[in-house]
Design a protein. Sequence first.
Length: 385
Amino acid sequence: MTAFALVGARVFDGAGLRHGRAVVVAEGRIRAVLAEKECPSGVPLRRIEGLLAPGFIDIQVNGGGGVLLNDRPTVEGVRAIAAAHRRTGTTGLLPTLVTDTRERMAEAIAAVRGALAEGVPGVLGVHLEGPFLNPERKGVHDPRLMRRIEPEDEALVGSLGAGRTLLTIAPELTTPDVIRRIAGAGVILAAGHTTASYEVMAAARAAGLTGVTHLFNAMPPFMGREPGVIGAALDDPELWPSLIVDLFHVSAPSLRVALEARGWERTILVTDAMSTVGSDIASFMLGDREITRADGRLTTADGTLAGSDLDMASAVRNTVAALGLPLEAALHMASRAPAEFLGLGDERGRIAPGCRADLVLLDDALRVTETWIDGVSSEDERTTA
């Protein structure tokens, strides 16, 4: 790949906003970030406008582009989901399987393994959200498919072989020993759809659990004498909670309180996106239930939220406009925080020498105008498609 330099835009490098910088890209990585006037001679300059930031990383993506992973657990299904989310700034994601059968789990893992082998742009691994969840906090998941972890499940969830695997569990329905074995196999564990007490969370943390999936949602409320999962997430500075900032799943005041309590540095923006994102479909089936899209939210017939119609660029805009956080904080929560949670912080989530050239260009309204994955522009992808 021929080296080139991006110049003219403000640059958020993962730590702060910089002006007058040239970002030199070669062989899919950032070669240098330097003053424009110091750009090496012979390197072609590409003048851009707006804000250049690390590409967004979404660790909870059930679907997009009219495709739901549960319905199409194939390489092509994964490719369609990743392509849909790339258009809204996501350059790295974990296709996410909602609670399903062991057979469908194996198919989804195989699909992601194949996507990684083929180098499908943006695919970083897989997120298995269930089936090891608590039916008391089922959300839109099918409680008939929820169950406890069995020995053969331990082998299955650790079988991806490449990339990252994130597993959401209800810690109260397993043991620290099981958590320790799964974490020891390289799987990242998060608590979600759970009634775990603060004490159970502490034991799970000691065994290797590091995240909390969509804080506030599908878990008991915070109580003075029963802090539970929310209390653990707000109290433990080493945990990585994720938030769905569509302003339907959690109210803006609650989000502000949570971020004030624990800070944003180790808090992750996720979409929990369904197949509607990047498509014009008005409804879809999740198992045997119809999910309807209306006014920015997805619901079942009884009004239960069913994932989201959110994309990462919108999550960033909401974090700035509705929560009042600095732009740098919102961009960090959408890129560097998830990269570090996944153990990829040495090469993703920053614009720095040696990092992958996964980038997003935003206009003044924080709308996506272009992305790069491994230095390849979305404009070039469209030209060659």
